[in-house]
Design a protein around this ligand. Structure first.
Ligand code: ADP
Length: 275
């Protein structure tokens, strides 16, 4: 699904002394089928940005378009249920949102809420379980008896079971060690490929962004400062550094050579896949 934001602004606590403009004049498109990383410093507006994609937040100004859904500032939008079925969102520490008595009920909560038949929800759940690395034998357990890693997988299964066309991931690997991060991101990368999803990942880990994403949006102080393919973005090392972003180790390594041999960004050009 194509995603387009036009002249989007978001004000928190508008009209109060605490008013905060978290997004300013955002004009950006996210290509359908891309694996897009949204990167930027803490407080740059990443979470605010992605919450506009499933209507959790409405723009104070401008228009958000997700496929055929159009959310316009000042205009009523009512189709939240269909939008949220198409746009799945995995928040930080998604396991904190588990609440049902059993794993089965928790995974099927979304589809039931979206009006899917029990039978179809069950079929989808059985398809998704191995993809998230969960065993059927856990279905009747309480999610709260599981390990932290398993709980997170249950929460993710509960999002994927609705087969979202857009998958938004807000730091889904928070709190995991490097191996856990890789396993989790591999899972999303596989889902992305198999289902031709548009995937949007917020991450602090530039290594992960460089490894999994093919398209980048760099936010700084509520503005989109850079947009482009992975190579286009990582060619502009100086600019990225200017936004205080820690670069992937590979880029830091090349950067050291850049300074030493006075190379231009073009001369520094490389394909990350070959690093
Ligand atoms: P990021 O995800 O990049 O860390 P956020 O989107 O969370 O950034 O925040 C952007 C700005 O908006 C920050 O200055 C933050 O303090 C502010 N902000 C975020 N959420 C709220 C809120 N609910 N009320 C008021 N200000 C907020």
């Amino acid at each position: 699904m194509d995603i387009k934001l036009e002249q989007v602004e978001h004000l928190y606590m508008a009209g109060t002394p605490f008013e905060k403009k978290a997004l300013k004049e955002i004009n950006v498109e996210i290509p359908s089928g891309s694996f897009t990383a949204v990167i930027g410093h803490t407080g740059s507006g990443k979470s605010t940005f992605i919450q506009h994609l499933n209507g959790l937040l409405k723009p104070t100004k401008g228009t958000v378009q997700v496929g055929s859904f159009v959310i316009k500032a000042g205009e009523k939008f009512t189709d939240y249920k269909s939008l949220r079925q198409k746009v799945g969102m995995v928040f930080q520490y998604p396991e904190h949102q588990l609440f049902e008595e059993t794993v089965r009920k928790d995974i099927c909560f979304g589809p039931r809420n979206f009006g899917m038949s029990e039978q179809l929800a069950e079929e989808r759940m059985m398809e998704i379980l191995p993809k998230v690395g969960l065993d059927e034998s856990l279905l009747e357990s309480s999610p709260f008896q599981l390990s932290g890693g398993q709980m997170r997988r249950v929460a993710i299964a509960g999002v994927l079971v609705s087969l979202p066309e857009v998958l938004v991931l807000d730091e889904p690997t928070a709190g995991l060690d490097p191996e856990g991060r890789e396993t989790m991101l591999d899972l999303f990368a596989r889902y992305h490929q198999e289902h031709d999803t548009t995937t949007i990942l917020i991450t602090h880990q530039m290594e992960d962004a460089a490894r999994y994403a093919d398209y980048f949006i760099v936010l700084d102080q509520g503005k989109v400062e850079m947009v482009g393919t992975r190579d286009e973005i990582f060619r502009q090392v100086d600019k990225l550094r200017g936004f205080g972003l820690s670069l992937p180790e590979e880029v830091e390594f090349l950067y050291a050579f850049k300074e030493k041999f006075s190379l231009t960004d073009d001369e520094l050009y490389y394909d990350l896949d070959n690093v």
